[in-house]
Design a protein. Structure first.
Length: 347
């Protein structure tokens, strides 16, 4: 019976590997040949034979990863549904609880990085539900699969090489490098290249552990925002009240977007108006939700763009520089708005 079960298991593994390789239709090179070439390149780049032997032992392309990468599902949620799901009462409640639980680590990390702790916590909550779900895929296997696939092979080959370097430097053990199907890792969901660019050794132990060390997790999330232009003296923006007169409101909606938005997240910024100072928005009839005047800025003249993700009859938001910093984390206005609104609830 045991022999039958083993043969069945082995057959299933062989079929799964074959299926994955069949799905990678565009690569004319056999997987074994491709992997040998990859290992040779890794050795030349300073990855040890020991890491290669340990990491790639018995690894085959993952059919599920190929399938997930091939899918192009329609985004069926409305903006309202998206925000209600991600800024839910339960997520707010859990966020406040987690901020209190990890306050001894979160507070000094936020001060060191100069990013308000509520924004660090909000991204932590949005990315992995405060570290409770970081993915269950072998990161090297996922990246190996996507690198062998020809659809975005160059991008994922670079990510794979960086993942091997993370292992070589001892930041995490090979069997602990778990993440999303696309290779995003840890409680802040960093790709390997982002790890080297932004991961932060907050506790000074020589390792950047974005998987299990909350000090490094908070420092890394904050450092990412800081590097991307975070302003610690500002918030993200605010929900505002537009003029009741529909003609005046339509004029605001029709404000011409920036003709040449920054290269960073150009797609999302196409839905923003031109930048105007808060004084200028005030003159155009925009007010706080309670109908009071917009803030008077003395030391610096904050510029803001208008965003209306649910259309002219939906809520309106003025967004500042920090909103754009959040966009670099995930180039989606709804994602950045979700982080922003959640941060307000965690304030």
């Amino acid at each position: 019976m045991i022999r039958v079960l083993f043969i069945t298991f082995l057959s299933t593994m062989i079929i799964s590997s074959a299926n994955a390789q069949r799905q990678v239709k565009d690569n004319p090179v056999a997987f074994e040949v491709w992997l040998a070439d990859l290992k040779a390149e890794a050795l030349q780049d300073g990855i040890s034979q020991e890491i290669l032997d340990t990491t790639f032992k018995d690894l085959t392309p993952n059919a599920k990863v190929v399938d997930l990468d091939r899918r192009q599902p329609e985004f069926t949620q409305t903006a309202k549904q998206y925000l209600e799901k991600r800024v839910s009462p339960l997520r707010i409640k859990n966020g406040r609880k987690k901020m209190a639980e990890f306050g001894a680590v979160l507070n000094p990390s936020a001060r060191t990085i100069a990013v308000q702790k509520r924004f660090i916590a909000a991204i932590w909550g949005m990315e992995t539900n405060y570290g409770t779900y970081t993915g269950n895929f072998n990161v090297v296997r996922s990246l190996m699969t996507l690198a062998y696939d020809m659809r975005r092979s160059s991008f994922f080959r670079r990510e794979l090489m960086k993942a091997l370097l993370i292992l070589e430097q001892g930041h995490i053990a090979p069997d602990k490098m778990i993440g999303s199907w696309a290779g995003a890792m840890g409680q802040g969901q960093f790709m390997p290249t982002s790890f080297f660019a932004y991961a932060y050794d907050m506790d000074g132990d020589g390792k950047k552990d974005i998987w299990t060390n909350e000090a490094d997790v908070f420092g890394s999330i904050g450092n990412y925002l800081s590097v991307h232009g975070w302003r610690p003296d500002q918030t993200w923006g605010r929900e505002v009240k537009l003029p009741d007169d529909m003609t005046a409101r339509q004029a605001l909606v029709d404000l011409t977007p920036e003709p040449n938005p920054p290269r960073s997240c150009k797609r999302a910024l196409r839905d923003h108006s031109k930048k105007y100072s808060l004084d200028q928005w005030q003159e155009m009839g925009v007010r706080n939700l309670d109908n009071t005047d917009l803030p008077k800025v003395v030391d610096t003249n904050i510029e803001a763009t208008l965003l209306m993700p649910m259309g002219i009859d939906g809520p309106a938001y003025l967004t500042y520089q920090n909103f754009r910093s959040i966009l670099t984390y995930n180039c989606s206005n709804l994602y950045a708005l979700g982080v922003s609104l959640l941060s307000d609830e965690l304030k």
